[in-house]
Design a protein around this ligand. Sequence first.
Ligand SMILES: CC(C)(COP(=O)(O)OP(=O)(O)OC[C@H]1O[C@@H](n2cnc3c(N)ncnc32)[C@H](O)[C@@H]1OP(=O)(O)O)[C@@H](O)C(=O)NCCC(=O)NCCS
Length: 169
Amino acid sequence: MIVSSPLVKIRSATLKDSGALTTVFRDGWRNAYTGIIPSMYLEKMIRERDEAWWRGAITKDRNLIVLDAADVVVGYATCGRSRGSRSYQGEIYEIYLAPVYQGIGLGEHLFEACRTLLDERHFDGLIVWALADNVTAADFYWRRGGRPIGEVKEPFGRTKLSKIAFGWR
Ligand SMILES: CC(C)(COP(=O)(O)OP(=O)(O)OC[C@H]1O[C@@H](n2cnc3c(N)ncnc32)[C@H](O)[C@@H]1OP(=O)(O)O)[C@@H](O)C(=O)NCCC(=O)NCCS
């Protein structure tokens, strides 16, 4: 158990969480990216992350953590070794909450839980990527001390979206 209080628990995902993760992903992604990622690509990503996909991820990934609030899984995060940066060794790959649970301090718990996991693996520095148009996420990282350290363009068909890397030393 990574965080345990009477109402909020952060723990490794188990196979019983696959249904809830499918729902959190679908609702979290639609809410965050409708109007940003072209809907054809967004809906394809959502279809691909079905319950079978999540069962596979839970089995393979020991750093897939869930946040349960009053015994309901309302968010998840994944983290591990940075996929591209040598200067920032740890990375949060994904951090998502169901829309109605955003903005009440739960993201902070998930973020700190990832930092703890990465610290335990002695990764030096942290990097997180966010679409530039995802202002909520960019503000969240900025207020936690992350600063932009890079930018790439990611193609979604003919649309190219800017992705910003936030770094913590
Ligand atoms: C980005 C995300 C994970 C942030 O989590 P969150 O729970 O919304 O953020 P928090 O509530 O922890 O923090 C937001 C603010 O709420 C404040 N807050 C804390 N407790 C609160 C409470 N009880 N009531 C109201 N606000 C509260 C926090 O102080 C924080 O303010 P600060 O950043 O100035 O310190 C979440 O909004 C999300 O899932 N967004 C959609 C998906 C997404 O974009 N993911 C990132 C992809 S890169």
